[in-house]
Write a protein that binds this ligand. Structure first.
Ligand code: ASP
Ligand code: MG
Length: 316
């Protein structure tokens, strides 16, 4: 046996007993989650795209992460942080009513987030975009999806859940909706985490100032037609998304307002200039966070076999 194999055995062989049955339990839940997603979206007539992992353009995100570039034959690629631009282009091009992607995302977060319990630098995002949709259309689809997933996991993983003492209440439509401005007034800047501890079921928070592609309310500058889905019991953010801005002048203004360089987004802006982008709404839902919520794990590292936690050494 060479050193590498020995290391692998050392690290992972001890898991054959309790730890391994725990991870198998979370992976069984994850398997049911994935089947429920495909099943629900198939019934809704959405089509699935394969993920893009390398691209000259990716989500600028609204919080700081380290950037990694890969130079290849004179081109500079980034690893996907989210497929937002590809989704907008695909939905405008394909003429389908909606699409989704199981998209690996790389977000090289700062090491302070190591103990958040919610962050991995490599995770899978269920990325969704709906043609001509409003925020309400999208939120309604996601509520159906969550109900479908929770019901399936509750049924198919009954034995495992009972063994772990987990109850999964299936929420009813419509979910509660709060505006971030009201919550900030009531709870301060940490409103998301505070309200998450108070709620009993998944709920929405709306109107966040963030990336330039989320639609700004044309009647109320500084307000946004966007949303986050949150889990209760302190588990926090599940999904972020919004209606999209697609008008060239508006996008350009918002990029500049965020002190970003329009050159970075050139091919995308060219499409906007030609009028090739369309009205849509969408969002991205973290798969590992969803599995963490359903299995009530304290740290997100416990739902994946090869966790990449911000600031931690990675062996595999
Ligand atoms: N911006 C979202 C994210 O955090 C995705 C989306 O808006 O579709 O990845
Ligand atoms: Mg978010």
């Amino acid at each position: 046996m060479n050193t590498l194999t020995l290391k692998l055995v050392d690290k992972y062989e001890f898991m054959t007993s309790q730890a391994s049955s725990q991870i198998v339990m979370t992976l069984k839940v994850q398997t049911e989650v994935l089947l429920a997603i495909h099943d629900c979206f198939y019934q809704q007539g959405l089509i699935q795209l394969m993920p893009v992992i390398l691209s000259p353009i990716t989500d600028p995100l609204c919080h700081p992460v380290y950037n990694a570039y890969i130079n290849y034959f004179g081109q500079r690629f980034q690893l996907t942080k989210s497929m937002i631009f590809h989704k907008q282009i695909a939905i405008a091009t394909l003429g389908v009513k909606g699409l989704y992607i199981m998209s690996p995302n790389i977000r090289l977060e700062v090491s302070d987030l190591k103990n958040s319990g919610k962050h991995l630098i490599e995770f899978t995002q269920l990325d969704i975009e709906l043609k001509e949709a409003t925020a309400q259309d999208f939120m309604s689809l996601i509520e159906d999806l969550i109900i479908h997933i929770f019901s399936r996991v509750k049924d198919s993983c009954r034995e495992e859940l009972v063994k772990s003492g987990i109850d999964i209440p299936v929420p009813q439509k419509p979910f509660n909706i709060y505006c971030s401005w009201d919550l900030r007034e009531e709870f301060g800047d940490d409103f998301g985490s505070k309200i998450s501890f108070q709620e009993k079921d998944p709920f929405w928070i709306t109107d966040f100032e963030r990336e330039f592609y989320d639609k700004e309310d044309p009647e109320r500058k500084g307000h946004y037609i966007n949303y986050d889905l949150y889990y209760p019991e302190g588990f926090g953010e599940a999904l972020s998304g919004g209606e999209r801005d697609f008008d060239y002048e508006i996008l350009l203004r918002k990029i500049k307002e965020r002190n970003q360089d329009p050159k970075r987004f050139e091919p995308y802006l060219e499409l906007a200039k030609k009028g090739s982008l369309i009205k849509s709404a969408g969002g991205g839902l973290g798969i590992e966070r969803l599995v963490r919520f359903l299995t009530k794990k304290k740290h997100i590292r416990d739902v994946t076999l090869f966790p990449k936690v911000p600031g931690e050494k990675v062996d595999f």
